[in-house]
Design a protein around this ligand. Sequence first.
Ligand SMILES: [Zn+2]
Ligand SMILES: [Zn+2]
Length: 338
Amino acid sequence: MKTLTLLQPESFAYSDTEKPSSLLPNEVLVKVHKIGICGTDYHAFWGRQPFFQYPRILGHELGVEVIAIGSEVTEVTVGQKCAVEPYLNCGECWACERDLGNCCENLQVMGVHTDGGMREYIKVPAHKLHVSEKLNYEQLALVETLGIGAHAVERANVQSNDLVLVVGAGPIGLSVLEFVKLRGAKVAVVDRNTQRLDFCLDHKKADASIVANDQTIVQILEVFGGKMPTVVLDATGSPASMHQSFNYLAAGGRLVFVGLYQGDYQFNDPSFHKRELTIMGSRNSKPNNFKEIIAAMETGELSVDSWISHRITFEEVAEQLPKLYTEPSLVKAVISWE
Ligand SMILES: [Zn+2]
Ligand SMILES: [Zn+2]
């Protein structure tokens, strides 16, 4: 079967590998139809993904078809279309025991810590597959990215009367915006990139946009009628932005870090106490998020077709992936076999 391996930073290689044959009782063999490309893939290519080991088969945003099932599999049947939950948790650690598989102490993310789906077939534990009878493979490939936003909004416990600010209008920020909108809250998005902000407004993903500059707070107050946001979700992973986000909250506000960076975070304690803030992290997503996203996409309540700015074939990935990263019009790229 066709396989694409990232041998080391900036070096992809296509090869012919053996199609997986024997399945464990709880395993499923799937055919990969569509693959979303995300920040992690670009960072891995450029050698900027921390703790990343090479060689690695990338691909963790997958729309797949069930080809064969292990002897004890009851969750799926041959021919079904599925999204893959790529977070392989151990099921035994203290986090897993408390239903926090997304924070498993031994977490292995497919396409990041173990080999992923940039190949024709892959074996997946049955309980990591989420079936849809209605969605197409491209839609299913976007469910994982959407999960990041769904989980973050769940963490923030956004209510319809919240004033919400999303910082960062890249794919993760967009994914956050989708779920804030579903909860009926007023939401503004802030970014330095006006093209990204225009996309959010043009596609009605946010009620207002704010260009990040030294007048950001003034603009926030304008947008929310003189009030500061009750929820801020930062999807930048930029330390400068994350430090600013702390200053954007009203009393009782919740700050959720969706993006992360490799360093220490500091804040002024009186400013934290005075407003009685809550600061939280959001990591990956959970099985219920996959189920809810698929249900919302099936009813049409959630539509992300406008996200896909680039479609490339599997054969083009090695050449196109590095170029896509600097493409100004890039929102989301999807790989197909045809
Ligand atoms: Zn991703
Ligand atoms: Zn675990």
